[in-house]
Design a protein around this ligand. Structure first.
Ligand code: SF4
Length: 407
């Protein structure tokens, strides 16, 4: 019955999206529709557990493990909304769309931590790969500030090799960043085309050069989504933060072109001390909703790159405002029509960090591995024969700020 209703709903959505504008192919679902999809999603988790284990007791314990894992990140807050895009449903920016093969493999890989599973699992959840040092912007918080616009080290061939080596280990999601990755659109397209489609691919961009044609080509090459940086709802303030007079113009262009080409679309906000207030956050989310993006990502400033040596770390009262706002937007049904917020530091403070070589890492513009873009400490190169040892060392050092919690 539930499945029939669900299918009917999806059919209806498809008809609506065909008969109206293309941009309608990406939207947020909530209420009864969301509950139906969520129920079906839970059934699919049981199916994955059955595939992973022979013993029925393990199936139940596996489901219990997944519930516990989710609770560690989000407590008892219940899911109220999902994003529908390109035929899949997304719970968060870092979880593959349900019910793709990538999603199923992502879940089996999490279950492997509960008890080893029969099939091959992914070594990584998310890996960031910086494909270029080139950038036209001069952002206040740039994490690659010391390397910007220096001579390139990674050729297209080397990038292909890096992606291949990481995919060989198994990875659910790769995010390409830079510099500005879209300055190297041809490289990006070639890398996407040669990659195996067992991973969701995303681009993290200022929006610069995300023209309609580039968005179309990226979608055709297999890109899942884009994360576009927008650091203020007032155009002039965003332009100042980004050190580029056309920065806001490109954000609007990029969002429009990404949605039109059915790329899952997110905005990313560096939540500075100066910005944080209920009023500003609300104005930002109103704009995000108006632009019809699916996700908003909060990133707390770190004293690295262009911010090195500066007093940018948030105080406890800033964090309290942000966390309350995050919970309200995501879990209070009055805000169901707003984009879903992803707030890494919220999860990290509760669960620890999955970066640092554990389930994620950052490959910089030299091909060197680091804990994450904001914890730069080169720990060997992906292209080294000793990649595995480098990786073990990275994992051993882990994240310096957020230690993994096990209970
Ligand atoms: S943060 Fe990104 S967009 Fe801004 S200057 Fe650095 S690389 Fe360029």
């Amino acid at each position: 019955m539930i499945i029939q209703l669900q299918d009917k709903f999806v059919q209806q959505e498809k008809l609506e999206s065909v008969s109206t504008d293309m941009s309608n192919q990406q939207f947020i679902i909530s209420g009864f529709k969301q509950k139906l999809v969520h129920t079906r999603l839970k059934i699919s988790l049981l199916k994955i557990a059955i595939k992973c284990y022979r013993n029925p007791l393990d199936w139940l314990n596996a489901l219990h493990y997944l519930v516990k894992l989710r609770r560690r990140f989000l407590g008892d807050n219940k899911l109220h909304k999902l994003v529908y895009a390109g035929g899949k449903y997304y719970m968060g920016l870092y979880t593959p769309g349900w019910n793709s093969k990538v999603y199923q493999n992502f879940i089996s890989s999490q279950l492997h931590d509960f008890k080893p599973v029969k099939q091959k699992v992914n070594r990584f959840n998310s890996v960031f790969i910086a494909i270029t040092k080139k950038c036209a912007l001069r952002c206040e918080h740039c994490y690659e500030w010391e390397n910007l616009n220096k001579k390139e080290v990674l050729t297209t061939e080397k990038l292909n090799e890096i992606v291949r080596k990481i995919q060989d280990k198994g990875v659910s999601q790769i995010q390409f960043l830079g510099g500005e990755p879209l300055i190297k659109i041809n490289t990006l397209l070639q890398v996407l085309k040669q990659a195996v489609k067992t991973t969701d691919f995303w681009v993290v961009t200022s929006g610069f050069k995300l023209t309609a044609n580039n968005a179309k080509q990226l979608k055709e090459a297999g890109l899942t989504g884009v994360i576009i940086s927008l650091d203020h709802f007032i155009p002039e303030k965003h332009n100042t933060f980004r050190g580029f007079k056309d920065a806001y113009f490109w954000v609007e262009e990029a969002v429009k072109n990404a949605i039109k080409n059915n790329l899952v679309t997110a905005l990313s906000l560096c939540v500075t001390k100066e910005f944080i207030s209920e009023k500003n956050l609300t104005a930002y989310m109103n704009l995000a909703k108006e632009l019809k993006v699916s996700f908003v990502q909060f990133i707390e400033p770190k004293a690295v790159g262009h911010y090195a040596g500066k007093d940018v770390l948030l105080k406890q009262y800033h964090i309290l405002i942000l966390e309350d706002f995050f919970l309200k937007m995501n879990f209070n049904s009055a805000y169901n029509s707003y984009p879903i917020i992803t707030y890494h530091e919220y999860y990290q403070r509760r669960q620890g960090c999955f970066g640092g070589g554990l389930k994620g890492m950052y490959v910089d513009t030299d091909g060197d591995i680091n804990a994450c873009p904001f914890c730069p400490k080169k720990t060997g190169n992906v292209l080294d024969d000793s990649f595995e040892e480098n990786l073990n060392l990275l994992k051993l050092n882990g994240c310096k700020d957020y230690k993994i919690k096990t209970n």
